[in-house]
Design a protein around this ligand. Structure first.
Ligand code: NAP
Ligand code: HSE
Length: 431
């Protein structure tokens, strides 16, 4: 049994620094839990002269990846550098050399999961990625192990902190999307280029990872329907509230007879739903299993120590497996091959906000446009008059997306309809 497990870090930014700090700060506790001391041996960075705010031993930093992955004192390689390349090449090289790997990299896992798991299996190593989804929330191991008795049929997640912060500010203070985004950037929540957050792509990558595990079938990223929050206006948030809903960006996965639904988009969520109470930068994942029923996991989805908490837990598990001589036991769980359900077949209710001519017969013409495509309206409310125009909000009954789109094409073409201001799905109500 090795007297200690050596860790090699690829990256010493926000998360890497947190990993180093936790391994130092909780060294005795971690050694007792892992069954051996766990110590960082070498760290790859781009710029070895950058101030790190850490008391690092001489010679700890390197700019050569071989110094980390080929170091015989390193048994676990922790990839916290981000991006797909060269991270993927470095991780594959570490696995090829028989090192277990822990990563926080959702982009790499979502896009190259199959290749990574095949390599881990081939070389008999652990490949853990708890921090890649929802930062500090223990959701990957929960789905793989704690809920393994269940057929999971639905996951709903708030898995992007930046967009949840923006929607919370818009809802609480009535500010515009742009003002809330600027605030999120000032506070360091959103990236300088926040496109992946606000357009939903960050959440889509996390959904691919969650859904592949929950439904035991690999979900291709390009088959996830993605829509961001840039079109959400303060009016939508206000009208949603009047109707008893909040607006959230959700990552949704659901197993149905026609295939797996995988989609990321804003939704109107009933204000009594547990996810409606998840505010600011917090994340939460709501899971329905056939035995356990409804469960929800809540916490910080990003940040130095919350994310490092998940990474270090993976390192401890990898260390235990190395000590027991059984790394590589919890491998890929995608043992089925299920289709993704095409969006036109996905059913939902819809909130629709229109600007229309304010004169008699307009509502009847619109109702006919929907009715001709068998889209049934649950409510139609005139909210506001803006000059010659009326703002109306419609909520439909459940309908397939294909039928809704066909009806919307007709309604949009009516001369009395001046603008389709927004169309937002309504989710989270019992079917
Ligand atoms: P970061 O602050 O940008 O740090 C990246 C680190 O990797 C830096 O130390 C950088 O070196 C190093 N690095 C990057 N490219 C390199 C290269 N080609 N060669 C050598 N070193 C390289 O990133 P982070 O926020 O810690 O995120 C790391 C990973 O964790 C990402 O995959 C991210 O998606 C994931 N994650 C982050 C969070 C979070 O809250 N930040 C939450 C969940 C998951 P220098 O310091 O010398 O530039
Ligand atoms: N940009 C991400 C977020 C960071 O806002 O949730 C964590 O992956």
């Amino acid at each position: 049994m090795p007297a200690e497990i050596g860790v090699g870090l690829l990256g010493l930014g926000t998360v890497g620094r947190g990993v180093y700090r936790i391994l130092e700060q909780n060294a005795a506790l971690i050694a007792a839990r892992a069954g051996t001391a766990v110590r960082v041996r070498r760290i790859l960075v781009r710029d070895p002269h950058k101030p790190r705010g850490l008391d690092l031993p001489e010679g700890m930093l390197t700019t050569r990846v071989e110094d980390v992955v080929a170091d015989p004192r390193v048994q676990v390689v922790v990839e916290v550098m981000g991006g797909v390349r060269p991270a993927l090449d470095y991780v594959l090289e570490a696995l090829r050399r028989g090192k277990s790997v822990v990563t926080a990299n959702k982009d790499m896992v979502a896009e190259h999961g199959r290749e990574l798991f095949a390599a881990a299996e081939r070389y008999g190593c652990d490949l853990f990625f708890e921090a890649s989804v929802a930062g500090g929330i223990p959701i990957i191991r929960t789905l793989k192990a704690s809920l393994a008795a269940n057929r999971i049929y639905q996951i709903m997640g708030i898995v992007n902190g930046t967009t949840n912060y923006i929607l919370t500010r818009m809802s609480r203070e009535g500010v515009s999307f742009q003002a809330a985004l600027t605030e999120a950037q000032r506070l360091g929540y959103a990236e300088a280029d926040p496109a992946a957050d606000v357009e939903g792509h960050d959440a889509a990558r996390k959904l691919v990872i969650l859904a592949s595990i929950a439904f035991n079938s690999r979900i291709p990223l390009e088959q996830v329907y993605v829509e961001g929050i840039a079109r959400i206006a303060p009016e939508d948030i206000r009208y949603a509230r009047e109707l008893g809903y909040v607006i959230k960006l959700l990552a949704l996965g659901k197993e149905t007879p026609e295939g797996i639904e995988v989609r990321v988009h804003p939704v109107l969520l009933p204000s009594r739903h547990p996810l409606a109470a998840v505010h600011d930068v917090f994340n939460a994942v709501f899971v329905r299993g056939d035995a356990v029923g409804e469960t929800m996991f809540y916490g910080r989805g990003a940040g130095e120590l919350p994310t490092a908490s998940a990474v270090v837990a993976d390192v401890i598990d990898a260390a235990r497996d190395i000590l027991r001589g059984v790394p590589g036991m919890i491998g890929c769980t995608c043992f089925e091959n299920k289709p993704v359900k095409p969006m036109p077949l996905v059913e939902s209710r819809y909130y629709i906000r229109l600007l229309v001519d304010d004169r008699p017969g307009v509502l009847a013409a619109i109702a006919r446009g929907f009715g001709d495509h068998r889209v049934s309206l649950a409510s139609v409310i005139q909210k506001n008059t803006i000059g010659e125009l009326a703002e109306i909000v419609l909520v439909t009954h459940r309908v397939a997306e294909g039928a809704l789109r066909a009806a919307m094409a007709v309604v949009e073409g009516l001369t009395v309809v001046k603008q389709v201001a927004n169309v937002i799905r309504v989710e989270g109500e019992e079917e």
